[in-house]
Write a protein that binds this ligand. Structure first.
Ligand SMILES: Cc1cc2nc3c(=O)[nH]c(=O)nc-3n(C[C@H](O)[C@H](O)[C@H](O)COP(=O)(O)OP(=O)(O)OC[C@H]3O[C@@H](n4cnc5c(N)ncnc54)[C@H](O)[C@@H]3O)c2cc1C
Length: 505
């Protein structure tokens, strides 16, 4: 029996929502299944629109584009993309302090032990430079430099790890064209009602405003925060994490780019008295936003804060967004899988939104069902999704909890709030031993945890005992060597903006 002749294979998939989640999902399904095996229909509504934010990414997005065989130049050109080497966090630990969360690694393992244990010892002795000096991506970012990884053995230039900043609306448009060319049917219409199968509770029919009725085997809910299938129809339930992450609103507005030097290869996040502002440079404009908590500042005052931070005049009206932080109790319920904001949302401090979409798509491919869906597939999908969200949540909470800032009610709340025990354990372990462990294939690796724990002012009181096998003089010599190799490598890298221009010329 083949896929097409087997009566139990999924022959029609209906996606509701044409934001980044909808079009990323449609593109990936179209690439793998194609119109020969399965009808894929995407319904979007002009009346509702998309959130139109989601412009900073993490390196995994490269893999997504590669799986779709997207040409990088074409993508950069279409979406006005720039390269991203990490995130600068300003005023987070305390006012006037900044640190960098780089992609890539710090230094290199020495005798199979993680580099940072040697650094911790030298730092305690006052003989180490700032941690960022041992990361090529951090050094290059601050010098406004970029290039792709080079095929040079034993050179840090081989390990350049990068992501993109891009125009989210244009990315959705780019993928819309990609998916429709590969057979995805696009419908403009508003889903008004959802018909469930009386026997098993599965979604059976979507009723559109214009009277159309759409049926399918599998439904993907990419309808944004409302979750019109997963929540409004299936009443799946939501875990609210607002007590850990009180920011629940954002105001976003783009402004003009003034000079090429403004087009930095990193995202900037600046802590404010309440929440934080972002700065995301694209080729043609700077994306700006203010993420805040409505319990501590009202919308008008928040807009003022945002406008005061702009480095040039705004080029659009302010886009106001609101959400509840948390996730659906199940992302996959019956024959419906929620992807994107319909599945949950953790604020964009570490640019994880698009990654969670990509990751949900990957899990869906791995656990792609027959029409008679196995409950064990659903359970596994939901367990993995929950683990992933929880680990990301912990990492974001770390930024708020570990701060010396107590200059506003907001920061005093964050300092005093209870945190998840999983995060507490990570912090305690680092403080007591200097050790960092990546759990359950969590998204953020040791470099990320180290960057943020150190950056937020958490001090490790110890380091790996085997570090003491080498003399202090020898460790210092090796650290100096790593630092100078990184400095020399950064010198070889071209200017970020010039590099993009050359690529696109
Ligand atoms: C303030 C903020 C900043 C963010 N920054 C980042 C970032 O820097 N990096 C990152 O990776 N992620 C970021 N994200 C997350 C990212 O924006 C989202 O993950 C991504 O845009 C996916 O959105 P979506 O497609 O799920 O929802 P949406 O963009 O809201 O799309 C919903 C779609 O559903 C359709 N729809 C809704 N109801 C109906 C209906 N009844 N009938 C038919 N169609 C309907 C709409 O027409 C629309 O097409 C950010 C999010 C926010 C809120």
């Amino acid at each position: 029996m083949s896929y097409t002749t087997n009566p139990n294979t999924v022959k029609s998939i209906v996606i509701v929502g044409g934001g980044s989640a909808g079009w990323m999902t449609a593109s990936a399904l179209a690439k793998v299944l194609g119109p020969e095996l399965c009808d894929i229909t995407l319904i979007e509504s002009d009346q509702i629109g998309t959130v139109s934010v989601g412009e900073a990414t993490i390196p995994q997005v490269q893999l997504f584009n590669r799986i779709l065989d997207i040409d990088e130049k074409e993508f950069l050109d279409f979406t006005n993309a720039t390269f991203k080497l990490g995130i600068e966090f300003v005023d987070w630990q305390k006012k006037g302090h900044a640190y960098f969360h780089p992609f890539g690694t710090y230094g290199t393992n020495i005798d199979a032990l993680p580099f940072h244990h040697y650094w911790l010892k030298m730092q305690q002795l006052g003989k180490a430079s700032d941690l960022s000096q041992y990361s090529l991506t951090a050094v290059a970012a601050y010098q406004n430099k970029f290039m792709h990884p080079q095929q040079q053995q034993n050179s840090p230039l081989a390990g350049i790890n990068y992501a993109y900043h891009f125009d989210a609306t244009l990315y959705a448009k780019f993928l819309s064209s990609y998916a429709t060319k590969r057979g995805v049917t696009k419908l403009n219409g508003k889903v008004m009602d959802v018909g469930l199968n009386a026997d098993n509770g599965n979604i059976q029919t979507l009723f559109l405003e214009d009277g159309q009725q759409i049926t399918g085997d599998l439904f993907i809910d990419c309808s944004g925060f409302k979750g019109i299938l997963i929540e409004q129809a299936l009443k799946t339930g939501f875990d609210d994490w607002s007590h850990y992450l009180p920011c629940n609103r954002a105001a976003a507005v783009p402004c003009h780019t003034i000079t090429a030097q403004n087009i930095t290869p990193y995202t900037k996040s600046t802590a404010q008295s309440v929440g934080w502002t972002w700065r995301i440079p694209l080729q043609n404009r700077i994306g700006n936003g203010y993420v805040y908590s409505s319990d501590f500042i009202d919308d008008n005052a928040a807009q003022e804060v945002l406008l005061q931070q702009l480095e040039s005049s705004p080029i659009a009206d302010i886009n106001m967004l609101r959400w509840t932080t948390g996730m659906r109790k199940k992302s996959w319920n019956k024959n419906c899988i929620a992807i994107g904001l319909a599945a949950g949302f953790v604020e964009p401090l570490e640019s994880t939104g698009l990654h969670l979409i990509q990751s949900a798509i990957a899990k869906l491919m791995t656990l792609f069902p027959y029409k008679n869906i196995n409950q064990c597939d659903i359970d596994l999908f939901n367990q993995q999704t929950e683990k992933e969200y929880l680990r990301i949540r912990d990492f974001i909470v770390l930024h708020y909890k570990a701060t010396e800032r107590d200059d506003s009610d907001f920061w005093r709340y964050c300092q005093a709030m209870p945190i998840p025990s999983t995060l507490q354990q990570k912090i305690e372990m680092y403080k007591e031993t200097g050790r960092i462990f990546r759990q359950d294939d969590e998204l953020f690796n040791e470099t990320s945890w180290l960057a943020v724990m150190q950056g937020q002012g958490i001090k490790a009181n110890n380091y790996h005992p085997l570090v003491d096998r080498l003399s202090d003089v020898e460790i210092q010599r090796r650290l100096q060597n790593i630092e100078s190799v990184i400095a020399n490598s950064a010198n070889l890298m071209p200017d970020h903006h010039a590099y993009i221009q050359q690529m696109l010329s």
